[in-house]
Design a protein around this ligand. Sequence first.
Ligand code: UDX
Length: 446
Amino acid sequence: MKVTIFGTGYVGLVTGACLAEMGNHVVCVDIDAGKVERLKQGDIPIYEPGLEPLVKGNFAEGRLAFTTDATPAIVHGDIIFIAVGTPPDEDGSADLQYVLAVARTIGRQLDRYAVVVNKSTVPVGTADRVRQAIAEELTARGVTVDYDVVSNPEFLKEGDAVEDCLRPDRIVIGSDSPRAIAAMRKLYAPFNRNHDRTVLMDVRSAELTKYAANAMLATKISFMNEIANIAERVGADVELVRQGIGSDPRIGYHFIYPGAGYGGSCFPKDVQALERTAHAHGYEARLLGAVEQVNHEQKAKLFELIQRHFGGQLAGKTIALWGLAFKPNTDDMREASSRRLMEMLWAAGARVRAFDPEAAEETRRIYGDRGDLVLCEHPYDALDGADALAIVTEWKAFRSPDFARIRGTLATPVIFDGRNLYDPAAVEEAGLAYYGIGRGRSLARS
Ligand code: UDX
């Protein structure tokens, strides 16, 4: 099929590459000329496992094209995806200016039936606004063209985005148009070969499904972080509690890992946006507010443990950080817990030596060159001259470190394990003090 995708961010680029891989002819449009040029050269702006060969391969085969020129792209597409950003505006609502600008561009050009698909995470009611924006442009041109607006939210996880896109666990299609549904079914048929994963619904339910999924996952994490904070105070180990509750299939083992808080481009933004939507419709979503509050406080957790350990005296200390990205297998630093930790450490007069397998460049871009931040090439380099080690992101490379080497290098042998990667007893046996998240002994120590 002929597909056009507006926006070459995470969602747009991954969706475009995966649809091209399935044999469709995909044109990706972006207003950033530099980015489009880089993509044509096979230079992928984000780190995402498996994406580069998919983009390069399909580009070489002529199934994937990149352009800044919206006009021929709109002429090309039978299905036109809108996958541009919806950043939070000042009050936390999703800012729809980019989505609606694309809708107007489509309306200015459309000259035959097309299915316009909202792939961006957009508040309930956005499909109606997109439909309206297109209609206004058509009216201004004095033409009548048939089109449908469909909601087809994306559930991909960074780091697993290609895999999630090629092997989705559900394909949510929100539409009441048989013609649009038929086109979407045809597009997704190759993804549905073994069993049909399509969940058909009305547009508004599809829009809400995306927010509900992210809010539910964020709630699980904040809930577990709350249990961790209780465990710490009552002298229990949340890791044992986690296994104890996860074995109940109604609860499950997924997404109940306590830690230094959730980050990324979706959870913080979507929880807030859903809260704003509820408020705008006269409902105060108290639970969502609490989920956000718990997460905000959790991001300060590692700093509090470090500060307490050093008796509040952090000026002149150097803290080694393992992990900067908001989660493993990405270089994304958006809302990363490491940022809050570094900023609190700097404010307290401490220095940071950090190692991350992918996010160093992004960190340098955000913070620039500063005397109190050294980005290291190797995890053990970060320990040189450091007083303590804090684990912020659970990259696999950090899972079984050489504790003797850590002990031999750190000025004070202490690990702050923000992702509960280690067995406290094993760390202590190696002669290092250990603090984790919600592990009774972490508080007992101070
Ligand atoms: C999320 C959703 O998972 C995905 O379905 C949606 O489309 C976009 O948002 P993503 O932001 O890529 O994906 O990351 P995810 O793997 O969900 O992790 C989000 C954050 O939660 C990370 O900071 C992670 O460290 C944290 N997390 C996750 C926990 O603290 N504990 C857990 O048990 C799981």
